[in-house]
Write a protein that binds this ligand. Structure first.
Ligand SMILES: [Zn+2]
Length: 195
């Protein structure tokens, strides 16, 4: 699922780049090679190659500008990767498993349906089966309702023991706004103890 999502994201970025570059015209002095032939073969092929051609020349002509854009897009990701690689001491919650009452409450709160994400940012359609820590217990996530998600077996397995990103947590929060009551906390917290 992660691979499909990543491929879709990459394809989307490429398509967006292509769309942006096709509305600009090739730089003067660098005409598109075999333009007529490409356009005759297929208009889409023609415009795609012209778009790539234009974009390549734009990068070549403004290396500093595109370097800065690439850096701005990459640096936060690099920092996040480095920070997550740092060793840290984990304060684990002494309570490892959710109690029966916690699971029953969490399942009701979720309408007995899995709370995880399916494809295209939609909510998984399978019924939930497991009470799961949103922030893994092994990494300091508390065994508290604020850190509880109701998940089907498949989502529970594919989730793995890693800390969800801010963006993943936000998406869970947005999904939950549709079915949580106003007195329930939609955004999971990582604290080890209730209080
Ligand atoms: Zn699921």
């Amino acid at each position: 699922m992660h691979l499909i999502r990543r491929l879709l994201f990459t394809a989307g970025c490429l398509l967006f780049g292509l769309l942006v570059s096709t509305v600009t015209s090739p730089p003067a002095g660098h005409p598109v090679p075999v333009r007529g032939l490409l356009r005759d073969t297929h208009p889409l092929l023609g415009s795609s190659v012209e778009g790539l051609w234009t974009f390549s020349w734009a990068v070549f002509d403004h290396p500093l500008l595109f370097g800065v854009i690439a850096a701005v897009l990459t640096v936060p990701w690099l920092v996040a990767v480095l920070v997550s690689a740092l060793p840290r001491r984990v304060n684990k919650d002494p309570q490892r498993l959710f109690t029966t009452d916690q699971r029953r409450y969490g399942a009701t709160r979720a309408g007995d349906r899995c709370e995880m994400e399916s494809i295209f940012f939609t909510r998984c359609r399978r019924p939930g089966e497991h009470g799961d820590h949103w922030f893994p217990h092994s990494l300091g996530g508390g065994t508290v309702m604020d850190n509880f998600v109701w998940a089907c077996a498949r989502c529970n397995t594919s989730k793995g023991a890693r800390i969800p990103t801010w963006w993943e947590t936000s998406r869970l929060e947005w999904r939950r706004r549709r079915y949580f009551t106003p007195d329930q906390t939609t955004r999971p917290t990582r604290r080890a103890r209730a209080g």
